[in-house]
Design a protein around this ligand. Structure first.
Ligand code: GUN
Ligand code: ZN
Length: 491
């Protein structure tokens, strides 16, 4: 069913992929600018120049307006929008979530999307908001699943892609169940729905729970769309968890409100004295011009899109190099609630570890959260693979210590702790970290040291203690190993 998606490169649970549609192939992760069929703020061809490979529009808005519907039915959706690349259509579920009801049923809007030539068709799912009673979430999920089944039947012969939205409110068990049911029916893309309220209120930790529980219910290689996610500051976090598609109405909604997107958050134009961006709009205008130009909204929308696509390229390059987590750690420092999202992501390190490549570029220790990265967890669970006999020295590789008389030399580097010196150039032991490493890194390193010593009673361990090691675990190590106290030698 997901024959249309091919994964080219991985990092964490993120990936660079290829999604094939009737109007061409799209490289993911990517963001689909939302097009309002009534008013086009930015020309779709201009969007293509900026980096847009696929657009999304709302089939319900077209369906409802006779003039638009007639043109779409006669000339096709691509002619109506003025874009020859892939176009995804939403179903009216968004209107359902805002107004409570829509004047169309599931079958009708699905058939309409197919007739106008949509590349990715979305059934009329029910976007259940966060925090509702579980009975409501279950009941609405039941209706959504029935509609997904109907969609699959109605579209049994289509050559279009069909999306199977995942609902379940903030209940992680329902999200997993929804994902399992949707993948059983079989779709080409799996959008995670009703997360806009979480993002609007900066509930990034809850958003991480929703994404991970949805992914856990499905084959993680299937393509996932995070519905309504348009602010580039959270893209890398979502990509690291395995989201491939985003859609942005934010670029236009923010522009209408005079808001200027940056990767670290949004400014109102009235608060901007300088333009920090180098896109063509910002190069060719002053703040005053942006504020007062007749086309101010359009210019701002274009800037917002430039920044959005710049971040997509930054993320793809990070996946290519294998340093996506370093990027996520930087991005999540732009808002305390995003930092909560990062911490929640690392609470799933044992899940992420299964998908994270075993070898990539240098591991940069970016602060205490890095001590809980999947690579660190992986090492601590693999320590029991060592079978050490004879005399073993665990030393700081930066010190010029005599190594004769030892059968095994282990280098000690936080957050990993001891590893065989032969592996010092090998990922992840080639870690770069500040000389003034933090308590969390030391804790993880000393825990691993203790584990290695306890696991190998046949070996006689000598541990080199340096002055930067003040930690309760050290006392336990001192009970089991000979200690070379390097703190005295420096005096
Ligand atoms: N747009 C934003 N959220 C949703 C959702 O949950 N479902 C659909 N169909 N569209 C959306
Ligand atoms: Zn700009």
């Amino acid at each position: 069913m997901t024959k249309s998606f091919e994964i080219l490169k991985r990092d964490v649970a993120g990936r660079i992929g290829k999604l094939s549609t009737p109007h061409g192939t799209v490289e993911t992760p990517t963001v689909m600018p939302v097009i309002n069929p009534n008013i086009q703020l930015v020309d779709p061809f201009k969007m293509k120049e900026m980096g847009a490979e696929i657009l999304i529009t709302n089939s319900y808005i077209i369906y409802r307006k006779e003039k638009l519907a007639t043109k779409a039915l006669n000339d096709g959706l691509h002619s109506l929008i003025g874009f020859d690349g892939p176009i995804m259509t939403d179903s009216g579920s968004f209107q359902l979530s805002v107004y409570g009801e829509v004047e169309v049923d599931n079958r009708e809007i699905i058939e309409f999307q197919e007739r106008i030539g949509s590349d990715i068709i979305v059934p009329l799912d029910i976007p259940t908001p966060p925090d509702v009673l579980k009975e409501q979430a279950e009941k609405e999920l039941g209706i959504t699943v029935d509609r997904l089944e109907e969609a699959r039947k109605v579209l049994s012969k289509t050559n279009r892609l069909v999306a199977g939205p995942i609902q379940g409110s903030t209940y992680t068990d329902l999200r997993s169940e929804a994902a399992t049911q949707a993948t059983k029916i079989g779709f080409d893309v799996y959008p995670i729905g009703a997360v806009v309220p979480l993002m609007e209120s900066y509930r990034y930790a809850d958003l991480v729970d929703v994404i991970v529980s949805s992914k856990m219910g499905m084959n993680p290689n299937y393509p996932v769309h995070l519905f309504g996610a348009g602010h580039p500051m959270m893209f890398s976090l979502a990509v690291a968890l395995g989201c491939d598609l985003f859609d942005s109405a934010a670029y236009a909604l923010y522009a209408k409100d005079g808001r200027y997107i940056t990767i670290n958050g949004t400014y109102h134009l009235t608060n901007l004295k300088y333009l920090p961006c180098s896109c063509p709009i910002c190069q060719n205008h002053t703040v005053e011009e942006l504020k007062n130009d007749n086309d101010s909204t359009k210019l701002l929308a274009e800037h917002n899109l430039y920044v959005t696509f710049e971040e997509i390229r930054t993320i793809k390059q990070a996946i290519h190099e294998g340093n996506l987590l370093e990027l996520v750690e930087m991005r999540c420092r732009s808002h305390p609630r995003l930092l909560d999202g990062l911490k929640r992501l690392y609470s799933y390190s044992s899940w992420l570890e299964q998908y994270d490549p075993v070898s990539k570029s240098t591991f940069f220790y970016c602060g205490p959260d890095s001590a809980t990265r999947p690579e660190v967890l992986r090492y601590s669970t693999r320590l029991n693979r060592f079978n050490i006999v004879g005399k073993t020295l665990i030393r700081n590789p930066g010190l010029n210590l005599k190594t004769s008389g030892y059968d095994n030399i282990f280098d000690f580097k936080p957050p990993f702790g001891p590893y065989p010196t032969e592996l010092s150039e090998v990922y992840p032991f080639n870690t770069e970290l500040s000389e003034n490493y933090d308590y969390e890194a030391l804790t993880s390193a000393l825990k691993n040291t203790l584990k290695i010593i306890e696991n190998n009673p046949e070996s006689e361990f000598t541990f080199v203690k340096t002055e930067d090691m003040s930690h309760p675990i050290l006392e336990q190590i001192e009970d089991l190993a000979c200690i070379i106290d390097y703190t005295d030698k420096r005096k």
